[in-house]
Structure formats: structure tokens, C-alpha cells
Design a protein around this ligand. Structure first.
Ligand code: AHR
Length: 494
């Protein structure tokens, strides 16, 4: 018999709005994330518009991607924006020392990124190089993107084919992982550096303001957050948090993306859920210095990270994506929806062909991953008003992992409808979720026969959402949730 679960939604206590940007994307100049993934150049035989692959572009359009973070990641603190502007043939070739040591012809640079995000209707989030370039370069870069008038940088942008400044530069990151690949700094030094760069890097006169994002902690490095907040909160609009879900015991043994055991399934979901603890604890530190919550917490790198896909290029972080990743995506987004007072942006790592990607490509082929389908099902939550959703029922216990069997999120969308997301974490047991709601409910469900059900280039539509609806039982909306499934429904309450 299915496990009996009760869901209570507290419609009297709405939270602050789910910023669309929590469904944001990270696209680093890494592996085939940019080259091959979104950019093939205008002369490619792969169908493209001005160099951007059209299949990926239309897949991303359907996700209403709210924001894209670029060019890194670790790459950002080695990047000179000057190498990526001007005629493509004259751009110098660089070496991507962080990721595979490959040559980068810089054919995808600032204009290409800004135009792409603009075309997608996404905000642009650029990461400045604080690790290895002076503040002056960051200042110049921002002026290149935002200046109108006849300054030399505005003129240079015009010569490079873009007349008006881009108006979608909403976020600027000041370095990436400054405690590590961004410069191996101590927190005190990083805070001072942030303050110095933030003094000089500002939008051009008349251009829209952007959020200044300080390079924050990884995982449970609470001391980093404390120092940054103590010394630099005044100038920052947000501080970042990076957290990856690694099922294995170490970076050397992260685990396989496919063909894993139930123990690894449970480890992955448990470790993904840990981001809740991280948000709570980092937020508590932020509260000390910023009780009015003016500074946001941006989880601008998150997702699963497995052992490199056998046969893929070392350093390219290419991995398959299964129903397990879809569960991670849904659980994580649900957690973000519970912390809308602080979490105003998040960026999954990464958008295409890298880590927990939305789409994978192989030559002219493309597939949508289970994670893509979750992001698509979750689009109505962008800009919605969340309500506390409490689950009571059995737990999913596997070995030392002990989790609620069902997870839920509820929010009123901008279309006025109440949306419900339901996740069954148990790979073997169905649940019957009884709500206190009346009306009808319909939407989609994502599930599959195996924990690692996934799409391949030979069978790209193995896993995709199916139509789904609730039923009324004694006047109350009730949902049958199969094992290992994710459902999103709109509720018609009339
Ligand atoms: O997303 C891959 C890498 O993970 C990023 O470049 C870095 O910021 C993080 O360590």
C-alpha cells in the first residue's frame, strides 16, 4: 500500500516572493559549456544563428532562464575581457589553465555573451577578475558594457557592432572563490580587496545599477562569511555561496553519474538537502551584521558533481544526468523557496555539457536532461509567492540516511494560480499525499523505471514529463506519487 502523507499549506503566512533569479544558470568557459554547447561560430555546419546553436537556444528559451553567470568560476580570475572583444580573427588565443589546458580562441567574448543573454531575455551576471587583474580593468570592462555617450569605450563597443549599451547587466561578481582558485586569499584580505574594487567598479553614468556580489564561502566555511560580512557588508548587495553535491567520500571518489547503488542515491539526496543547513547557518551570521537583510545570499554554484564521464576529455567536467539529478534539482529549488528572505539568486552548475547540465550536446545532436525537465516544470515558481508547506508521514531511511519521504513546495504564481511541487524521494515506495485543498489539479510528473533513468543521444526521449493530475477524495485533493518521482501541478480552486 502507498505510504500515507499529509500536506498542510499555510495560506495565511505567505513568504517573500521567489525571485525568478533563483532558477538561474552558470555557464563557465569550461570544457564544452560554451564552445560546442552554445557557441559553434557562424561558419559551423551545426544549425546556428550568428554562431549560437539554435537547438540549445530554443531549449533554453523554454526555461525562461532568468540570469546567466559567466565567464567563471575559476576561469574568471584568469580572464582578460580585452582578449574577447573586436574582430574574431584578431583575438589572441589563450590557454584555459584551469580546465583541460586547452587553447581558447576567444571567439566567444563579451559581445557574444551579452547578446546571447539579451536574446534569451536573461539578466547578465559577469564575474570580474580580482585574482590577477587590477581594479582598473574591471572598471573598463563595465564601462564598455554600460556606457552611452562618446567615451572611448562606448565608441569601441560601437565599432564592435553594438551601438547601445546592454541594459541587462544586473549582477557583477567580484572574483570567484577568492579563498581558492581565485587567489588563495585569507578572508580579511579578500574583504579589503572587495571594498577596493567595489569602490572603483560602477555602472557608467545613467546606466542601471547592478548588484555587487562578494566572493563568499564554500560549504560550511562560516568564518569566511563572518569576516566578509563584518568588513565589507556596506558595499555589497550580495555574497555568494558555493555548494556541490558529491555522493562519494572524497574528491577522488565522487561516484558515478549512472549505475549507482541505492546507498549512493540516498547519499546524494541527503547531501543535496544539506544546503538547507548551510543557508540557515550562513544567514544567521549575516543577520548579525545585516539584521535588515539588505545583503542577499546568492547560491551561485550548486549541483551534483560526479567522477568524470569515462572517455570524456580530462578537466571538462562532462557527466550524464539521471532521475537522481532531477530529484536533486527539485529538492534544492524547494529549499531555496523556503529561504526567499535571503536567497535571491542561485545558479546551477552548469547550463550546458558541464556538471549538472540542462542539455548535453554531441556534434549536431542535443538532448534534454531530467534536470532540464524539472527546471521546465518549475517555471511557474519564478516570481511566485511561497507558502509554508508541511509534510507529515513516513521517512525514507536507507543505511545512515534518514530523510522525509516526500518533499513539497507551494506558491501562488503571477498567473494567480496555486502551484504545488511534490517530490517522492523513496525509490521503491509510492505515496498518497492528502491535502486540505479543494478543487482540481493538473500538471506534469517526471519519473522513470530506474534510479538512473536518463536520456542518451541514441534514445534522447527516454525520460520526459507526462501529464498528471490529482483527484478529489472526500472533498480533499489527493495525489498518488509513484516512487522516485517529481510532480508539479496547478490547482484550480474554484
Ligand atoms: O563549476 C566548476 C568549478 O567549481 C568552478 O569553476 C569553481 O568556482 C568551482 O570550484
Amino acid at each position: 500500500a502507498p505510504a500515507q502523507v499529509t500536506l498542510t499549506i499555510d495560506l495565511a503566512h505567505p513568504g517573500s516572493v521567489i525571485e525568478p533569479a533563483v532558477e538561474g544558470q552558470f555557464a563557465e568557459n569550461l570544457g564544452r559549456g560554451i564552445y560546442d554547447g552554445i557557441w559553434v561560430g557562424p561558419h559551423s555546419s551545426i544549425p546556428n544563428r550568428n554562431g549560437y546553436r539554435t537547438d540549445v537556444m530554443s531549449a533554453l528559451k523554454a526555461l525562461h532562464v532568468p540570469v546567466i553567470r559567466w565567464p567563471g568560476g575559476c576561469f574568471a580570475d584568469t580572464y582578460d575581457w580585452r582578449d574577447g572583444v573586436g574582430p574574431a580573427a584578431r583575438r589572441p588565443k589563450g590557454i584555459n589553465t584551469n580546465w583541460g589546458g586547452v587553447t581558447d580562441d576567444n571567439s566567444f567574448g563579451t559581445n557574444e555573451f551579452m547578446d546571447y543573454s539579451e536574446d534569451l531575455g536573461a539578466a547578465a551576471y559577469v564575474s570580474l577578475n580580482l585574482g590577477s587583474l587590477p581594479a582598473y580593468d574591471g572598471r573598463q570592462w563595465v564601462q564598455y558594457m554600460t556606457a552611452s555617450g562618446d567615451s572611448a569605450l562606448a565608441q569601441e563597443r560601437r565599432v564592435n557592432g553594438r551601438d547601445k549599451p546592454w541594459s541587462n547587466l544586473k549582477y557583477v561578481g567580484f572574483g570567484n572563490e577568492l579563498w581558492g582558485c581565485g587567489g588563495s586569499m585569507k578572508a580579511d584580505y579578500a574583504a579589503d580587496l572587495f571594498n577596493r574594487y567595489a569602490t572603483f567598479v560602477n555602472p557608467a553614468p545613467g546606466a542601471p545599477a547592478f548588484v555587487k556580489v562578494a566572493s563568499g564561502p564554500s560549504d560550511a566555511d562560516y568564518a569566511w562569511t563572518d569576516t566578509m560580512m563584518r568588513d565589507a557588508a556596506k558595499q555589497m548587495g550580495a555574497i555568494s555561496l558555493h555548494y556541490y553535491t558529491i555522493p562519494g567520500p572524497s574528491w577522488q571518489h565522487k561516484g558515478s553519474a549512472t549505475g549507482f547503488s541505492e546507498n549512493e542515491w540516498a547519499a546524494t539526496l541527503s547531501k543535496a538537502s544539506y544546503v538547507n543547513t548551510l543557508i540557515v547557518k550562513h544567514s544567521a551570521i549575516m543577520d548579525k551584521y545585516d539584521p535588515d537583510k539588505k545583503v542577499a545570499l546568492y547560491v551561485d554554484e550548486w549541483g551534483t558533481w560526479y567522477d568524470q564521464q569515462p572517455g570524456s576529455h580530462p578537466g571538462f567536467l562532462y557527466q550524464q544526468n539521471t532521475l537522481r539529478d532531477a530529484e536533486v534539482a527539485a529538492l534544492t529549488l524547494d529549499i531555496f523557496f523556503r529561504h526567499t528572505d535571503r536567497v535571491k539568486l542561485a545558479a546551477i552548475a552548469q547550463m550546458v555539457n558541464v556538471l549538472q547540465a540542462m542539455v548535453l550536446t554531441d556534434g549536431d545532436k542535443m538532448l534534454l536532461t531530467p534536470t532540464y525537465h524539472v527546471f521546465h516544470m518549475y517555471v511557474p515558481f519564478q516570481g511566485a509567492t511561497p507558502y509554508p508547506a508541511t509534510i507529515s508521514g513516513p521517512r525514507y531511511v536507507e543505511d545512515k540516511y534518514d530523510l522525509p519521504m516526500v518533499d513539497a513546495a507551494a506558491a501562488r504564481s503571477t498567473d494567480g494560480k496555486l502551484y504545488l511541487a511534490l517530490v517522492n524521494l523513496d525509490p521503491d515506495r509510492a505515496a498518497q499525499v492528502v491535502t486540505g485543498l479543494t478543487g482540481t489539479a493538473s500538471g506534469q510528473i517526471l519519473t522513470g523505471p530506474k534510479m538512473d533513468t536518463h536520456n542518451t543521444f541514441a534514445a534522447p526521449d527516454t525520460i520526459h514529463p507526462a501529464a498528471y493530475s490529482g483527484r478529489s477524495e472526500r472533498g480533499r485533493l489527493t495525489f498518488e506519487l509513484p516512487p522516485k518521482s517529481i510532480a508539479v501541478v496547478a490547482i484550480d480552486q474554484k
